[in-house]
Ligand binder design. Sequence first.
Ligand SMILES: C[S@@+](CC[C@H](N)C(=O)[O-])C[C@H]1O[C@@H](n2cnc3c(N)ncnc32)[C@H](O)[C@@H]1O
Length: 209
Amino acid sequence: MRQHVNPLSKNFHEIERIPSLMQMFDNAELNLHLDIGCAAGEFLFDLASDNSNWNYLGIEIREKLVKTAKSKVQKKEIKNLYFVFGNAYNILNDFQSEFIVKNANSISFNFPDPWFKKRHYKRRIIQPEFISILSNSMKKGSFIFIKTDVKDLFDYMDCIISSNLNFIKIDKKDFNYSASFNPNKLQTNREKYVINNQLDIFERIYFKK
Ligand SMILES: C[S@@+](CC[C@H](N)C(=O)[O-])C[C@H]1O[C@@H](n2cnc3c(N)ncnc32)[C@H](O)[C@@H]1O
């Protein structure tokens, strides 16, 4: 399967119809966590089974992964997990899906694609305009979590989010995970690989003022 798709391709301009939270989840009143670039969603399957008091929504640009994840949700009758296919920027920049960010208690970007060549930086998911769109809709007291094993990418993402005055940086050692979307600090697939290979992980949390 192709590992990388160009998010700027016109294939992703049209977005699927996004159902309401009531259609996505059994109990739409639960806290909502949004994971951007969730791949096959294993991390979200683990989270959803670990924390029945949260709803989890994953957005992924590789359609086949989303189709498989969706059928697994149906087969296992999981009521607090939903997947959406497409470019997260196009989806969340659309008025019909504004409600997702408005209702999210937290948003994660776990090991996003680094796109190492400078001329490809614009393909990176975190861009000033995207962060501005998120920050305009995010509720006060909600969080963004970023994690990567690529130091340059971390500095790039940190610079963009920190430059947005709506966010305050929090160090993970000062963060109370017990009330978060991931109280047991479950790991993503990439995170497991990085830990097994003893590579560094760079991470930060941002609080929406
Ligand atoms: C390196 S993988 C990390 C997967 C997972 N978060 C983890 O930590 O194991 C990055 C994922 O982000 C997806 N992705 C990249 N750009 C995206 C975009 N604009 N919108 C949605 N998903 C995107 C990729 O297809 C890929 O599955």
